[in-house]
Design a protein around this ligand. Structure first.
Ligand code: ATP
Ligand code: MG
Length: 273
């Protein structure tokens, strides 16, 4: 098993130069130091899964990558350029759907394209394509309240994919849907990603999901959190339901689990002390 804190992506998984480079990143909110000295590289065609205890700063880190909030120290570069504000080439899928309740499925999916100045003709062509890609055809005119949780999440996914981003930031995208829907969406996302691979940072609380989706799994730990380990996921693509039954998958899951549980046990010990 290849385990390190070396931020470099492995050669097999990615093109030579990384798309995203995070160097010496730290973030404070007032007196609260959330993370420090985070160094990461994400390749052009790489899925980097990010796991860590609740409150360790996963969402905060994604927002820094997207340029939505500034870091306290360090820098993020995308394609060599420092990120200083909201990144036009990036799209985010949020922890809790993040749809506009007053817009239909069509309107939600079209939103990013409209913002990017796409013409009416482009919107009319692309939006139905992405709605169909995530399995929501027939629901173009439905409002979010008329959709199930899984359908809302598909809509959020279509909205992010429609702008054909170079960087896809996923914040626990499947956390709010039931287990069956979650599994379906995981494999659908992998299928869609194979059609158009991008740099993806995928935050999750599920170790199984991290190992299934990621080319590498980054484990954030501690207070303030730092990168504790980067585990290379040596599982072949395409990943399928059969992947979940392999010995290799079980070994990798066990390894990430043990790394995270060390932290939980230490926290418990501190509570008892
Ligand atoms: N805007 C903010 N102002 C002040 N503190 C914040 C702000 N946003 C987040 N925090 C704090 O920063 C820490 C990290 O929060 P963040 O949401 O990034 O964690 P997380 O790892 O995504 O957690 P979860 O797994 O529960 O989603 C928490 O202690 C949180 O209270
Ligand atoms: Mg979060």
């Amino acid at each position: 098993m290849r385990v390190s804190t070396d931020p470099e992506p492995q050669k097999g998984a990615v093109a030579a130069a990384p798309r995203i480079t995070v160097s010496g990143a730290s973030k404070r909110y007032g007196g609260l130091q959330v993370f420090r000295d985070v160094n990461l590289r994400v390749g052009h065609r790489e899925i980097l899964a990010l796991v860590g205890p609740s409150g360790c700063g996963k969402t905060t880190l994604l927002r820094c990558l997207d340029g939505l909030i500034p870091m306290s120290e360090g820098e993020v570069r995308v394609d060599g350029q420092p990120v200083t504000g909201p990144l036009p080439k990036a799209a985010m899928v949020f922890q809790h759907f993040g749809l506009f309740p007053w817009k239909t499925v069509f309107g939600n999916v079209a939103y990013g394209l409209r913002l990017a100045g796409a013409s009416k003709a482009v919107i009319q062509e692309r939006v139905p394509y992405f709605i169909q890609l995530v399995g929501l055809s027939g629901f173009e005119d439905a409002y979010p309240y008329q959709l199930s949780g899984g359908m809302q999440q598909r809509c959020g996914l279509a909205r992010a994919l429609a702008v054909e981003p170079d960087v896809l930031l996923m914040d626990e995208p499947f956390a709010a849907v039931d287990a069956q829907t979650r599994e379906i969406l995981q494999f659908e996302l992998l299928r869609i990603w194979r059609m158009r691979p991008t740099s993806m940072v995928f935050v999750t609380h599920s170790i199984d999901e991290a190992v299934l989706m990621g080319d590498r799994v980054v484990v954030l730990k501690g207070r303030p959190s730092t990168v504790s380990e980067i585990v290379e996921v040596t599982l072949p693509h395409p990943r399928t339901r059969e992947t979940l039954a392999t010995t290799r998958f079980a070994e990798l899951r066990e390894h990430v689990w043990t790394t995270l549980m060390d932290e939980a046990r230490r926290a418990e010990f501190q509570l008892e002390a």
